[in-house]
Design a protein around this ligand. Sequence first.
Ligand SMILES: C[S@@+](CC[C@H](N)C(=O)[O-])C[C@H]1O[C@@H](n2cnc3c(N)ncnc32)[C@H](O)[C@@H]1O
Length: 364
Amino acid sequence: MSIVIPASLIEEFFANDVAAFTAGLARLEEAIPGDAQPDYDETYDELLGLLEKNREACKRLEQAIGADDVQLRETQQRYQDAIAPWFEQSWMMNHARTKPQGYAGDFQMLTTIYGRQPRSTGLGGYLDLFFLNTELGRAVPARKDALQEFLASEFADRDGEIDVVDVACGPCREFAEGVAVPDGRRVKVVFVDYDEDSLAFAEEVLPASTESLAFEFVRFNALRMQAPKRFIEAHGQFDIVYSVGLCDYLNDRQLISMLRGWRGLLREGGVLYVAFKDMYRYDKTDYQWLVDWFFLERDEEDCRRLFIDAGYAPDEISMQRDETGIIMNFSARAVAAERIDAAHDGVPRPASAKVDATRTNLPR
Ligand SMILES: C[S@@+](CC[C@H](N)C(=O)[O-])C[C@H]1O[C@@H](n2cnc3c(N)ncnc32)[C@H](O)[C@@H]1O
């Protein structure tokens, strides 16, 4: 049975809470010179106070609306329209809401978050500063740091030629800042993204390929990796397959077949590395109310279940959090585990592999 909340509750929210919030924003706009660089000063504290009060009001209303997604989305959009005259002044808030590339987390947004510098001045600059300091504004750079450490350690542990694919690479920031390649290794990274502009940007900012570290940029819809045969025909298999920042947008059904497909991309001894946000470690309210940025909500157990459902054995899966604790970085690599269930990965395997229960369930 669906419960319809009284329209008056929503009207009260707009008449009281939203009116107080926008009046506060107008006061701040008046007080902050348009060309002021934002700082962690009294103005910033005042803005934080306004946002805090407002967040609580949004959460209360969201709780009252409950499971009525349509009403919630309509209310959130009406709310975003009401705050737009102030939030449009912030490059980050405006970008996240208007999504020029079709989604909020595009290469420009990610590059701004990695740069940790507000892009606007005046009130907009203070809103940028706030955004950079939100839970996910801090988690995204920490996620990239963890990825760089992972890659550096994999490169150190492997010999000779190392083939890597980065799925949904965005600005490829982890390589723009440099990942050490120890002597004697030759790393080749295939960067995959669907957004041409993102690939062009990355190609421009990344250092030129060298003998020890070569890059290739490929426009490809990652969803097609659910059946990876064609990608393998074009690019071969890999020692390291990683994807950071994509999986929080994919539903369970897509993800299970994607995890299977990625297994198919791995060579023997290969490793898959995938990042997820832990729904219990951040508050979604700011992202869904102030801007229009949604992630599928999952916790550690949910993610482990996805790997299991995709055919991975429990002891093949490990998880390490980033420095903020919000990001769960899962890796799955071959261990000598006994398999009971027959994994299906969309890539034909030799008949012997299908019946040999002592083999690991990662592809070969
Ligand atoms: C949040 S960004 C993450 C970028 C990068 N991995 C990082 O962590 O900085 C998500 C990226 O996924 C890309 N993307 C979204 N859907 C895709 C798809 N179906 N196939 C390939 N790339 C996709 C977007 O273009 C965007 O660059």
